[in-house]
Design a protein around this ligand. Structure first.
Ligand SMILES: NC(=O)c1ccc[n+]([C@@H]2O[C@H](COP(=O)([O-])OP(=O)(O)OC[C@H]3O[C@@H](n4cnc5c(N)ncnc54)[C@H](O)[C@@H]3O)[C@@H](O)[C@H]2O)c1
Ligand SMILES: [Fe+2]
Length: 385
């Protein structure tokens, strides 16, 4: 049997209004001075109120670092560490989207002062431990609450990852009521991102395994059934709950069976044009599916009944892959997302530069079921144009 090293956050509290139990959870972990890492929007929408009240009720001293920005740069992490050291916290809570949770993960390690940020990029570079860490997602997308990855913007257009099992949180709270006000465009883009996590985990070339497969399948089933309702009826708690659970399951899947060419080709779009991560994925997804079909059609055919439950599917797996590609193009349009690079005001003359940058994402491309050359990447961008 294939050797599997599966890791996941072992303690997950799921339910409406459970963020109001954050203080009880922190107290049970022995936390007395908590630092919440979040962004200004989360504070402004009052999403922290119930959690804050419950921390107070448990006599936990609280400091809130709310200067996280989307696609956080290194300076945000460094400032958060300085603020945390000044406050002297003994526990860290990530509360927000992937950006806040990614900063919280690094902060919990860096506050110990044993290693600077520059030394921990890459795989398994963290020595020593971290402070107790709880993650509370407010978007149903990145799955960052369940992953061992933190993504930081390191230059004008570049991102780097810290990958270490040390970054897996101690506990997660999934409270879908926090996501009820997520705007339609953010719901759509982050939801497609999470679906891509599940699809790419299921076709991941090196580390796909029976556990990640099981998680990816259930994640896709939940999200395919609920993404349209979550986008069109934002206050539908059942759809929001399914999306939040699906995104976490997809996070657990790709934490153990990493993502591939969709993400490799999406990153240059985010880096160069500040296109949100999920939308970048949605723009290239249909074209990567078609490109991968010669190697992965049998796997796409296994996923198709979950994504298109009420459709009669052709017998030929390549035809099924084509159908899935067409479906994701239609779905993006239905959810109000742009579907071409042209609509994003990207110049056709930029495509070779994008293909060159995509080729730098070898960390991801090695997981793709079909080898991707520069010419292939360029051709995928041309189809997406
Ligand atoms: N660590 C991982 O495993 C992993 C995986 C994929 C992506 N990422 C990273 O995650 C980041 C993207 O995260 P994201 O897509 O969750 O978005 P985000 O955290 O950048 O937040 C985007 C915006 O949505 C707002 N928002 C969040 N929750 C809201 C809510 N409930 N209601 C209203 N507004 C809300 C925020 O205030 C913010 O303005 C990127 O930096 C990406 O690189 C990390
Ligand atoms: Fe992603």
């Amino acid at each position: 049997m294939q050797q599997i090293h599966y890791s996941a956050v072992s303690d997950v509290l799921i339910g409406s209004n459970t963020s109001g139990q954050l203080g009880d959870m922190a107290a049970a972990m022995g936390i007395k001075r908590a630092l919440i890492v979040t962004d200004p929007g989360i504070l402004q929408f009052g999403l922290l109120n119930a959690a804050r009240d419950n921390l107070k009720a448990n006599q936990i001293e609280l400091s809130i670092y709310s200067d996280v920005v989307a696609d956080p740069p290194e300076s945000v992490v460094i400032k958060a560490v300085t603020a945390a050291q000044a406050f002297g916290c003994d526990g860290v809570i990530g509360f927000g989207g992937g950006s806040s949770m990614d900063v919280a993960k690094l902060l919990a390690v860096l506050i110990k002062g044993e290693q600077p940020l520059a030394d921990i990029y890459g795989v398994d570079q963290i020595r020593g431990g971290r402070l107790p860490l709880i993650q509370v997602p407010t978007t149903a997308g990145t799955g960052s609450e369940a992953t061992m990855v933190s993504i930081i913007t390191t230059g004008e257009t570049t991102k780097a990852g810290v990958v270490s099992r040390t970054l897996l949180a101690d506990k997660i709270i999934l409270d879908a009521t926090l996501t009820l006000g997520l705007p339609p465009a953010v719901t759509a883009a982050t939801g497609i991102d999470a679906m891509v996590h599940a699809i790419e985990a299921y076709t991941s070339a090196r580390l796909k395994n029976s556990l990640s497969d099981m998680l990816a399948r259930e994640a896709l089933r939940l999200m395919a059934d609920n993404i349209t309702t979550a986008v069109k009826q934002g206050d539908n708690l059942e759809a929001r709950s399914a999306m939040l659970l699906g995104a976490m399951l997809a996070g657990q899947a790709f934490a153990n069976a990493p993502v591939a060419a969709v993400h490799a080709l999406a990153y240059p779009l985010g880096g160069n044009y500040h296109i949100p991560h999920g939308l970048s994925n949605a723009l290239v997804l249909p074209h990567v599916l078609r490109f991968n079909a010669p190697a992965a059609a049998h796997l796409y055919a296994e996923l198709a009944p979950l994504i298109l439950p009420n459709h009669t599917l052709p017998a030929d797996p390549v035809a099924v892959s084509d159908m899935l590609a067409a479906h994701f193009l239609d779905l993006a349009a239905e959810l109000g997302l742009q579907t071409t690079l042209r609509e994003m005001n990207i110049a056709e003359t930029d495509l070779p530069m994008l293909a060159e940058e995509a080729m730098l994402q070898q960390r991801l491309l090695i997981n793709n079921p079909r080898e991707v050359s520069y010419d292939d990447a360029l051709s995928i961008y041309q189809q997406a144009f």
